[in-house]
Design a binder for this molecule. Sequence first.
Ligand code: FMN
Length: 198
Amino acid sequence: MDLDKAIRLRKSVRKFSSKKPDWRDIIECIDSARYSPIAGGNYVCNFILVDEKEKINKIAVATQQDFVAKAKYVVVVCSNPGRLVNAYGKEGEIYSRQQAGAAIENFLLKIVGSGLSTCWVGHFVEDEIKNLLDIPSDSNVEAVFPIGFELKKAIAHTRREALKGKARTKKAPIDLDRILFFNKFGQEEMVKQKKLRD
Ligand SMILES: Cc1cc2nc3c(=O)[nH]c(=O)nc-3n(C[C@H](O)[C@H](O)[C@H](O)COP(=O)(O)O)c2cc1C
């Protein structure tokens, strides 16, 4: 799928059809997360693909969001800042969280390109998820992603049909001119640069 289209089609989906995704498609989405920028050459993220119903139910409880339990697969993303903190001190902790965000966006765009749907779930009781999935105590749980096919009236239920379908691109939540500045914070116009002499 065209990148611009994937960016504009991405949206949070909280209702899934009963059709089970092919787990190999989800692995491909996780694979794409390896190509994001990484601080200091240290890859910090792990992706845990969960398909055990009992665990998915417990993850849903930890998120306090029932729709999570309706997914056939859940991907939990965690990061371990240890090596980045060793290398960069406190900044390493920030780099680690930023790196996870970049990896997650790759993952999300690939999910769109695969005809799948998800929702970034960032509200959860972290210790419950760590205990459930044996995530090391020095790691951070970044987010939970229930994965499925979007449930819509008469929506295409297979990956190929979903990809063929005429999904509507969405409106950006904020106007570009409210978030874009030039050369300094608050400067809303691009000032023409004076020509430098040779
Ligand atoms: C860090 C983060 C945490 C989020 N946590 C939740 C959440 O716990 N539950 C939920 O339903 N959506 C959550 N969302 C999804 C947002 O609600 C959603 O992205 C936003 O409303 C914009 O809608 P869109 O994703 O369809 O563009 C989260 C998004 C981000 C980036």
